[in-house]
Design a protein around this ligand. Sequence first.
Ligand SMILES: CC(C)(COP(=O)(O)OP(=O)(O)OC[C@H]1O[C@@H](n2cnc3c(N)ncnc32)[C@H](O)[C@@H]1OP(=O)(O)O)[C@@H](O)C(=O)NCCC(=O)NCCS
Length: 262
Amino acid sequence: MMPDWQTLFALRPLGSRAMGLTLPELVGPVWFASANSADLTELPADSFLTSVESARASAFKFGQPRENFTLGRLAGKLSLAAAASASAPRSPALSPGGGEGEERVRRLRSFKIENGERGEPVVRAGDLKSPAHAVSLSHVNGLGVAVAFPARERVGLDLELIDARRAETVRKGVPLSAEEEDWLKTPLLPEATALLLLWTARESLGKALGCGLACKWETLALQRIEQVSEGGWSGIFLHHPQFRCWSWVGPEAVMSLAFTPA
Ligand SMILES: CC(C)(COP(=O)(O)OP(=O)(O)OC[C@H]1O[C@@H](n2cnc3c(N)ncnc32)[C@H](O)[C@@H]1OP(=O)(O)O)[C@@H](O)C(=O)NCCC(=O)NCCS
């Protein structure tokens, strides 16, 4: 069953921020983590970013994109650390209450999240050429989210703030499938939220496929989307029936996760 939005974003000590999500038929859980602006007062960026990541953060001319990038990296590293601790129980777990600060920071810094040719996140863990887990991440102003998953799987995550102007851009700029248009006519969500849910679902598939949005619009279209819980939705894709999508609608944002059940 999908956790609700509150569970996903419940404030916890940083060290135990990541939570395992069981996806249907996927072997083992994936690990979700979020990070917000306040976390950076507890953990300054330079303490957990590698020199390459710090250089990339510094290249942003403006503070907000720099912070967003940093929050994505922090969420990514928290999710990777939790996944690694769960699959190798002898490796030291992050301390839930803070404490052991040096060790915690060293572990976060040991996960390097770079970007491949298409912008996709590429994980390097210590000297491992083939780390056990990959990551997908997304950031909006003041919030970063990430999911760590077994490297052989294909998973994508996308987050958007609920914003009428952004929804209008989707409405005007994205050709929707007949199925998506039909779904929009069902008054289960305000239209702006529904459009952004469709958008995050499509982007999550683009990330899972590795193309991002650099593909034909229709490639990412949804065939069906159903409500499965309060604030929880499940979707399947028109041209990629091997993928599923889970979406969460929160008070201020929408998030979607695309994955391939076995
Ligand atoms: C991937 C994409 C959809 C990101 O969307 P966004 O809403 O702007 O940003 P989000 O915060 O949700 O996601 C950004 C993260 O997606 C990830 N990402 C970027 N490209 C990706 C891809 N092709 N596949 C998987 N993940 C990707 C990155 O980790 C990125 O964060 P980072 O740069 O801090 O590492 C968008 O950048 C895109 O379509 N890129 C495709 C390439 C493209 O069109 N390039 C244009 C210039 S050539």
